[in-house]
Design a protein around this ligand. Structure first.
Ligand code: GTP
Ligand code: MG
Length: 230
């Protein structure tokens, strides 16, 4: 019988040094890492190509359109927890079918307009299949969280097969990342549910958004006054 998500979580949580969720589950996870790391490489390369062109000064872009690119593969524990939460059984096929954020890329841009420029460019690429867009920039979450979440599916060419793999791309500006990173840290360590602090965090998000809007306005004014220097 296949191992259950509850059993895997119990094994992962055991304190003993020798505790592990079984060779099969670990082997599956290693294979998943090989596949999704390759998908991350493909997407990262696409983003670097766009950024290089934007930074070359020959196009409508500007230097440092992409401030930073971060990538991560979801941990085995997070994968199993998510399966369990969704009431799904454990199997590599179920994971691939149902979890779109095994491979995650975070693209931190300087300004909001660059985010939509890059998204537009990715959408034009014939090998990129955009499966979902959640725009928490235009419609922030009640927490104050802002980012643009996109799920793409891309072909990855392995030795003997081509696989269509999903990658979650989170686009944010430096300002959005500042808020989200600190808020995550605070929320992670403390139970902030419905406290006065939640309201203060929401207000801080609005203030950071105002600041960001002003920085963009300054840049646009400069572009208007000195079009060649930008
Ligand atoms: P998940 O099951 O968490 O993937 O939920 P979902 O599929 O509805 O995705 P959602 O669009 O809510 O995005 C989830 C991811 O966005 C999280 O893993 C975080 O990285 C980020 N995120 C969403 N809401 C918040 C928030 O209020 N604060 C912070 N710091 N990050 C958030
Ligand atoms: Mg998600």
């Amino acid at each position: 019988m296949a191992i259950t998500t509850k059993k895997i979580l119990a094994l992962l949580e055991e304190q003993a040094d020798s505790a592990h969720p079984g060779v099969e589950v670990l082997t599956d996870y290693m294979q998943l890492n090989v596949s999704y790391q390759s998908a991350l490489d493909e997407v990262t390369t696409k983003l670097k190509i766009i950024d290089r062109e934007l930074s070359s000064g020959t196009t409508i872009g500007r230097k440092n359109a992409i401030h930073q690119i971060q990538t991560r593969i979801k941990s085995l524990k997070s994968i199993v927890k998510k399966l369990d939460k969704k009431g799904l059984a454990y199997s590599p096929a179920i994971i691939e079918q149902n979890l779109a954020d095994i491979a995650g890329v975070r693209v931190i841009c300087s300004y909001t307009d660059d985010i939509y420029l890059i998204l537009h460019s990715l959408m034009q690429q014939t090998d990129v299949n955009v499966l979902q867009i959640k725009d928490y920039i235009k419609q922030p979450k009640p927490s104050g969280y802002r980012s643009l979440h996109v799920i793409v599916q891309i072909p990855v060419f392995f030795l003997e097969q081509t696989r269509q793999l999903k990658v979650e791309i989170q686009f944010r500006t430096i300002a959005m990342d500042y808020w989200a990173s600190l808020e995550h840290g605070l929320r992670y360590k403390n139970n902030l549910a419905h406290s006065e602090l939640t309201t203060r965090l929401e207000k801080a998000a609005v203030q950071i958004n105002d600041l960001e809007t002003e920085m963009l306005a300054i840049r646009q004014q400069l572009e208007h006054d000195h079009p060649v220097d930008m």
